[in-house]
Structure formats: structure tokens, C-alpha cells
Write a protein that binds this ligand. Structure first.
Ligand SMILES: *Cc1c(COP(=O)(O)O)cnc(C)c1O
Length: 384
């Protein structure tokens, strides 16, 4: 019998990508801010009500733009979870900031908001919540602290497309629309992808004009192309953060299929959750925890094992059946680069998720047969 490999991720193509790329190429303008970039911006502004969107070449770049926009300088402190991707912190480190790593919650890897206020000093400039697995952080608590101490909030919404937060007044808002600035990713491991790609969302109007300049190498070329000024020049610091229209063409094909992609991913997610629930009830492992204020965008399906050994065993059991499951972040406060710069505080929950969290295959083309094999293997692992 032929052995089937079940990868962890498989990029899904909607079928329209080539067509739109062809159109972009045929239009004769394939540099940044062409027709498809505008279509993508409009899509996001209309669908999610984001005030201003700017496609970037990655979420990493969008975070770097955010760090420039809030004028991070040497010595400024930025608070973020230790359990995150390196880009969340690199963006601020590149501008000289000191990263104050915060611990994860007991119930999921998001920031433990009860421990944030103690980390704020007169050098704190920003809080960067990461909506892990597309599950919202407690944004009421974070925005209240930001208002009280006059801090910026930059949402790392890399995994959070089409996910929502319901605030204490019952208003439901898309993730990425709450902080002053937000960053999304369209890397091929995300729900909606363009290979490499990202987006900066600007919710605070004070940043709108300058964001365009920073993204265009520090020039006012965007205003020039709109005919608002008669020549453009170097007016600020900046870099080349805008993607080619070929990337935007690919992305637009994906965006047109957002609902379809999301429905399929949620079906898979719900299958995992329903089937594995009894293992959680018997105390074998933990499933993703969604607070009442959070929606589910089915970015990722993870389980939390008891410890590192158990996780290694589960990875091996799945591997024996040609199923690739993968762990995720290693606490950044213990990383070779930051360990000596960290202030020594223990962050036990960040370490716990580093050791115990395991991500299961999650992609559009995952079949029922695949899901049965994966969940059966997990049951056998715990019941043997
Ligand atoms: C994927 C990811 C990023 C980086 O996104 P790129 O588009 O690859 O730069 C940053 N933060 C988080 C939380 C991510 O998951």
C-alpha cells in the first residue's frame, strides 16, 4: 500500500492566482501600489473597517514600520510575550529598544494581562500583544493600561485575520482594529497567503501620512502619485516596505476566497476539537482555550501536553504514521540572543508552552481520512 505523508502545512491555491498575476504582468506596471495592491487595500478597509491599510513585504516589515512610526529610541522599553516569533521583538530591538518579556496566561499562550502593570516603568513606550493562534488577547485590559500610562499598542495580528474580539460593552471588533497600529502576515503558513507578504493597519490617524512616507523610502512619493504635490523628495527616514503588484495579485485571489477558506479551516478545527474533547475531559491533554471575548479563525489547532517528554512521545507516535506535527516558539527571554539582556525574571508559562504545546496538521486540503488517522493515533498514544 502506498504510504501517504500528512504534512503540517500545505499552501492552498484558489485557482485564480495565475490569472491575476498574468493580469498584473500584462498591465505593464508591476512595481508597488498598482491595481491589485489597491484592490487588496479596499478589500480590507471594506470587509474589516480598518481605517488605513498598507501592504508590506512581510509582517516583519509591518512591525518594523510600526516601531519607526512610534519613534522607538535607544532605551525605550517595549512589553511583549516571550512566547512569540522573533519578528515581534526584532522590530523594536533594531531601533534600540529594550524588550520586557511578559509571561503567558495559564489558560492559553496569550499575554497574562494581570501581570502587565507591574512591568510598566517611565521608559515603557508600547505593549505588543500577540493574538496567538488567532485567539484574541484581553484587549480591554491592555487598552486600559495603555490609556492610563500613555502607551502605544501594536497588535501582532500575524495569525489573526478574520478573527474578532468582543469588548466589555458587547461591541465585536476585528482583531487588528483595536491597537494604534497592527501587523498582519500573508506568509504561506497563514490562513490567507501570498508566499511572503504582510500588512500594516493604521487605526490612529496621527500615523497615516507618515506611514506612507516610511514605506516609500522616506519620500512623499505616494502623495505625488495622487497629484497632491508637484514633486517628491526625501522627507523622513524610511525603507522599501512595499510589495510588488505581482504579490498583491496573488493575495487578491486568496482574499476573494476568504469565506470559503475560513469555512473549510473551521470545519477541520471543529472536527479536531469535537473528537479530542474526551481526552481533555479525562485529563490527558489540553485543547485550545477561547475566552468568551474571542472568536475562532481556525488559524491553528494545537494541543497542550503535560510536559516535554509526553510531547516528544506524541510527535514520534504521529511520525510513525507519517503525520508531521510540530512544536512552536521557544521562550525568547531564554534565547541565545536575549538571555543576557533579559532581567532574569522567570516566565514559567512561556516555558511551559515552549515545552508542551504541539500543533497538528492544519490546511485546506486535509481530508476526513487524514483527520481520522491523526486523531486515532492520538487516542492510541494516550490509551496504550
Ligand atoms: C508569522 C508571524 C510573524 C512574521 O510574519 P512574516 O510575514 O513571516 O514576517 C510575526 N509574528 C507572528 C506572531 C507570526 O505568527
Amino acid at each position: 500500500m502506498e504510504v501517504k505523508n500528512i504534512p503540517f502545512n500545505k499552501p492552498y491555491l484558489t485557482g485564480k492566482e495565475n490569472h491575476y498575476i498574468y493580469q498584473a504582468v500584462a498591465s505593464g506596471k508591476i512595481s508597488g501600489d498598482g491595481t491589485f495592491t489597491k484592490k487588496c487595500h479596499e478589500f480590507f478597509e471594506k470587509k474589516f473597517g480598518f481605517k488605513k491599510c498598507l501592504l508590506t513585504t512581510s509582517c516583519t516589515d509591518a512591525l518594523e514600520m510600526a516601531a519607526i512610526l512610534i519613534n522607538i529610541e535607544a532605551g525605550d522599553e517595549v512589553i511583549m510575550p516571550s512566547y512569540t516569533f522573533v519578528s515581534t521583538s526584532n522590530a523594536f530591538v533594531l531601533r534600540g529598544a529594550k524588550i520586557i518579556f511578559a509571561d503567558s496566561d495559564t489558560l492559553n499562550p496569550n499575554l497574562d494581562v494581570t501581570k502587565l502593570e507591574a512591568l510598566i516603568t517611565n521608559k515603557t513606550k508600547a505593549i505588543v500583544p500577540v493574538h496567538y493562534a488567532g485567539i484574541a488577547c484581553n484587549m480591554d485590559a491592555i487598552m486600559e493600561l495603555a490609556n492610563k500610562y500613555n502607551l502605544f499598542v501594536i497588535e501582532d495580528a500575524a495569525q489573526a485575520i478574520d478573527s474578532y474580539y468582543t469588548d466589555k460593552n458587547g461591541n465585536t471588533k476585528p482583531l487588528g482594529s483595536i491597537g494604534h497600529l497592527s501587523a498582519f502576515s500573508f506568509h504561506e503558513t497563514k490562513n490567507i497567503m501570498a508566499g511572503e507578504g504582510g500588512m500594516l493597519v493604521i487605526n490612529d490617524e496621527q500615523f497615516m501620512a507618515r506611514a506612507e512616507v516610511i514605506r516609500e523610502k522616506g519620500t512623499n512619493r505616494s502623495a505625488f502619485f495622487r497629484g497632491e504635490i508637484d514633486k517628491y523628495g526625501w522627507v523622513d527616514m524610511g525603507s522599501s516596505f512595499l510589495p510588488s503588484d505581482i504579490i498583491a495579485a496573488f493575495l487578491f485571489a486568496q482574499l476573494e476566497n476568504l469565506e470559503n477558506i475560513q469555512n473549510k479551516r473551521k470545519e477541520i478545527w471543529n472536527y479536531y476539537y469535537k473528537v479530542l474533547k474526551s481526552l481533555e475531559e479525562k485529563g490527558y491533554l489540553k485543547l485550545p482555550y477561547l475566552p468568551d471575548f474571542a472568536s475562532n479563525n481556525a488559524h491553528m489547532f494545537y494541543v497542550v501536553c503535560k510536559n516535554l517528554e509526553e510531547r516528544q512521545g506524541l510527535i514520534s507516535a504521529l511520525k510513525k504514521n507519517n503525520v508531521l506535527s510540530v512544536f512552536h516558539y521557544l521562550s525568547l527571554h531564554k534565547s541565545p540572543y536575549y538571555l543576557s539582556k533579559h532581567d532574569g525574571r522567570e516566565l514559567p508559562y512561556s516555558d511551559f508552552y515552549s515545552d508542551s504545546l504541539l500543533r497538528l496538521p492544519m490546511y485546506y486540503e486535509l481530508t476526513n481520512e487524514d483527520l481520522i488517522l491523526i486523531t486515532k493515533t492520538i487516542f492510541e498514544f494516550y490509551y496504550s
